[in-house]
Design a protein around this ligand. Structure first.
Ligand code: MN
Length: 255
């Protein structure tokens, strides 16, 4: 098991204990937790420096990895082309289609197409990102805050001739309903607009990064308009993660 390091940046021991902390693989694998980092990029680079394993799994504290997940991960990694640098449970394909599947508590459903083979992606949802250390890839500490790092970490290897893929690696994202995109989201958007000006437009799981930035305004407006509907779809975060996995048929994963 030492070929993978499991990493989490967490601001809440309660959320961590109720979700990622309940994952069965923690019986045989230590969890490396980064606390009090000023940004996701800094937290994840600190974790890269603090671990040695050739494969590093970065998971949100509100993610649950059902029994057998690590065997399925090994099977998915074995399917990847040799150019792979990053792999994720949920991403946006080059055609704009979502690739999964994962359960989302904030949406109350399983999201993402289920690919038969790994799919190249332009962005990842940050819920779960797998990085191959030998790629030399690191997170860009110029990116502020806790948004968009799943898009940046997909674009960086692609610009260097390496691969970013998503594939069928189910997990539970017990995320809470979010009403609005904040100023920190806008700051990340502006950073990505400048950094990837030559690659725009880029689709993320949340929005579209465009030269004009009109999509950010549109999504602020859509978010306000759909707030009630989305709140009604969310199932809340007080269900046990084992029960959510069972509802999805994911109590025991296997290749
Ligand atoms: Mn999350």
């Amino acid at each position: 098991m030492s070929e993978i390091a499991l990493v989490c940046a967490s601001y809440s021991e309660t959320i961590l204990a109720a979700n990622l902390g309940r994952s069965p693989l923690l019986d045989s694998l230590p969890l490396h937790v980064e606390r009090d980092a000023p940004s996701a990029a800094i937290a994840y680079n600190r974790a890269l420096d603090a671990t040695l394993a050739p494969v590093v799994v970065f998971a949100h504290h509100d993610v649950y990895l059902p029994a057998g997940w690590e065997r399925l991960l090994a099977a998915r990694l074995a399917e990847l082309p040799p150019d792979w640098a990053v792999f994720g449970s949920f991403g946006i394909g080059l055609d704009g289609a979502p690739v999964g599947p994962v359960w989302s508590s904030s949406l109350g459903m399983i999201v993402g197409r289920v690919p038969i083979a790994p799919v190249p992606v332009q962005s990842f949802d940050e819920l779960l990102i797998v990085l191959r250390r030998a790629s030399g890839l690191r997170f860009d500490e110029g990116l502020p805050g806790w948004h968009m790092y799943g898009t940046d970490i997909a674009q960086t290897p692609r610009a260097a001739g390496l691969g970013a893929y998503a594939g069928a690696l189910p997990c539970i994202h017990n995320d809470r309903y979010h009403g609005a995109l904040g100023a920190d989201f806008d700051a990340a958007y502006r950073f990505m607009q400048r950094k990837w000006a030559g690659a725009l437009p880029l689709r993320t799981p949340i929005t579209k990064i465009s030269r004009s930035g009109l999509h950010l305004m549109r999504d602020h407006w859509r978010n306000r308009r759909s707030a009630g509907l989305r709140a009604a779809m969310a199932v809340g975060t007080d269900h046990s993660v084992e029960a959510l996995a069972a509802r999805c048929g994911w109590s025991h994963l296997g290749p």
